[in-house]
Design a protein around this ligand. Structure first.
Ligand code: FES
Ligand code: FES
Length: 185
């Protein structure tokens, strides 16, 4: 039995010491916003904060955690999706299928905490999460917007989106053929 503090609540967890934190969060605590992607600390889909540090929960064994460790998942980042990163993500429609996005948001939130005004290079260096839908441009714009200096980027992105929407509209029924399929998770 292990005691875990997840999103400010204490949980008694009965699991083997080598159980990855990701599965404890999903299966024992019942919070499924944290996703499984690769299982080997490469993709970032499972990102959470432990004592304020970004960590890949698929590679943290339960036995390595202490009762006093504070784990924050996407569900605990803010009470009502009001974290600046979450608001920027919603405003810019950053996600496509959405699978990687809780990890991306956790990574972006950790970045802004350490570096409130990151450059594109800072973002690329700090956020190595993989997005199979290729939302990297919007992720960058979202981080800039949340950092409070993204007005120009947002305007540029907005123009690109409007232009793309017009082109897709002109393509008519063809666009339906190429629309990305949504995925159930
Ligand atoms: S599932 Fe943890 S990094 Fe990919
Ligand atoms: S939005 Fe990133 S994997 Fe789909």
């Amino acid at each position: 039995m292990a005691k875990l503090n997840v999103n400010g609540k204490t949980w008694d967890v009965q699991a083997e010491a080598d159980t990855p934190l990701l599965w404890v969060i999903r299966e024992h605590v019942g919070l499924t916003g944290t996703k499984y992607g690769c299982g080997v600390a490469q993709c970032g889909a499972c990102s959470v904060h432990i004592n304020g540090e970004l960590q890949r929960s698929c590679s943290i064994p339960l036995g390595s955690l202490k009762a006093g460790d504070k784990i924050v998942t996407i569900e605990g980042l803010s009470p009502n999706a009001s974290h600046p990163i979450q608001k920027a993500w919603a405003e810019l429609d950053v996600p496509q299928c959405g699978y990687c996005q809780s990890g991306q948001i956790m990574a972006a939130a950790a970045l802004l905490k350490k570096n409130p005004k990151p450059t594109d290079q800072d973002i690329d260096q700090a956020m190595t999460n993989i997005c199979r839908c290729g939302t990297y441009q919007r992720i960058r714009a979202g981080v800039h917007l949340a950092a409070g200096r993204g007005a120009l980027l947002v305007r540029l992105l907005g123009r690109t989106v409007v232009r793309a929407a017009t082109l897709v509209g002109k393509a008519g029924s063809r666009s339906r053929l190429f629309r990305p399929r949504s995925t159930c998770h």
